[in-house]
Design a protein around this ligand. Sequence first.
Ligand code: GAL
Length: 666
Amino acid sequence: MPSPAPHDRLPLAFGGDYNPEQWPREVWEEDVRLMREAGVTAVSLGVFSWARLEPRPGAYDWEWLDTVIGLLHGAGIAVNLGTPTVVPPAWFYRAHPDALPVTREGVRLAFGSRGAICHSNPEYRAAATTITRALAERYGSHPAVVLWHVHNEYGAPVLACYCDVCAAAFRGWLRERYDTLDALNHAWGTAFWGQQYGDWEEITPPRATPSVCNPTQQLDYHRFADAQARANFVAERDILHRLSPGVPVTTNFMVAPSQGQTVDYWAWAKEVDLVTNDHYLMTDGRRTHVNLALAADLTRSVAGGGPWLLLEHATSGVNWQPYNPAKRPGEMARNSLGHVARGSEGAMFFQWRQSQSGAEKFHTAMLANSGTDNRGWREVTDLGRRVAGLADLRGTRTRGDVAMVWSWDSWWAQSLEWRPSQDLDARERLDSFYEALYDRHLTVDFLPPTGLGDLDPERYPLLVVPQLYSAPVGVGADLERYVARGGTLLVSFFSGIVDENDTLHPGAYPGALRDVLGLTVEEFDPLLPGETVSVRGADGSSYTADLWSEVVLPGAGCETVAVFADGRTAGGAALTRHAVGSGTAWYLATRLTGADLATVVDLALADAGITPVDLPRDVELVVREGESGTFRFAVNHTGSEVKVVLPDGSRAAVPAGGVEVFRDPR
Ligand code: GAL
């Protein structure tokens, strides 16, 4: 890969997706005038403009984009220029209907939406690189262009295609991965149900099958589909690096939608010059700000702790959920600054001006269809001023307090069919453990399940592993090294069960983690819907658990801290603690939620020597620090004013629903 381009020409970003092609020319000047009024410093332009840029094959219309970029540049607004490869024009699909993706059931999806792409299709690949080259040749050295925005949210709404072209590409990918058919047959466990392959040509994508399709075949197909999309990103990126040297390249991630399994952002983050993320509040009855904090922490983590940028969020309601409530007064700014607190170099929205037609006309925007005389506009202009006032925090870093393991690959594997309980849900466990730490006002750095042996226990006294079903060989030894050197590890059930081929680790469960946890699990005994069991601590505490129980056999040196008090596994260990070297490894063998889970997390925090700060629930205190000083963000999600204690011992007020940034310049 060519060396990454630096992103120091990017201002602290405030702005949004700008889609001027939806509007007549007269509106563009008004747009730019109002952008200045709102304090907009950057826009994402041209993300869906292919049909407008190339109305007929090979015939480009640059004039409108020249004008728009010129207007923006004249106003000092930086451009994050899109390659429009998420929506090829209608003429392209007419000529190449095979570029439309095919579902597992064999249905070829149609044009008329967006993201209808078979990432293996050679005509699509050629057309995408051609339009990218043309854009880069024309605008690659334009002074307004400070960032390239490739495609849009790879993997959404469709990642995998199951057509014959993909089938051939999949076979090629498998040959690279396994080299021999023997290795593939072994990794996929094809001896089961007589699935052995004798010729590469016999292998197909995991299309609709009468019963459950081979899990490793499915898992490898997900990895393959991810790799195909990533290869297309890399092809565009390399063209941009060559023709637009010095301008960084990104593609907007969606690291933590509450559903859907997207792509492996640990891998994707290595390919972009700047990690950017889109985040939308989900109306699912949960505390939306906790998911926001998780998404921001995860984005910063895939960015290696360095700067990242929130490229999209909403000023108020979205349009694509069953119910789309408006944000309360002040909530937009709280959301935006919440992302900035956790490392974003600004706050951008979808979109600048509300669309009048099309699928997203009910999605709110910085500038509503009704104009500027409304609460939304007043809040947008206020926020623009606030972001401008934070310009000197650029380059500072948010420091995480504790670490948590996050693995998309394990999540994909666990989500396949025929697990011990269909209600096992890795994401639910990640969210719940995250929420418990959030409620202790701790900032979380996420880590992939690799290289954990080098994790410094001084830096991260606590490491949480909420549900690492699929644990690569070596993870157990890595975790043991971390604990032995003084770390505190907290592992939840159904972790360390299989390797990366979805093959059980040898011996008793949890194969990969038996040694570090100092126990074996003799048998899983999942609970039925609505069934609960009581858990009783040696200190007299009691908890209510659901979803999962199992027969845990603690080994020598492994202390039973709580037992199942009733149910089919009554009397057996439910929470254990194993001293290893100068650290401890905790294991929770059932599902606890809410205050019960928080109590267990507190036990591990105490072992880790972490004393959480004393703050009311739903108040965040997050610190960014660097050469320009220390910025303490106090984010108050409650309906009352709260007081936070600053390092000098003074107490400062944070208004109800507000955000205050306390500076401590160097
Ligand atoms: C994003 C997408 C935008 C817009 C937005 C609406 O996922 O990138 O183009 O559709 O959602 O919420």
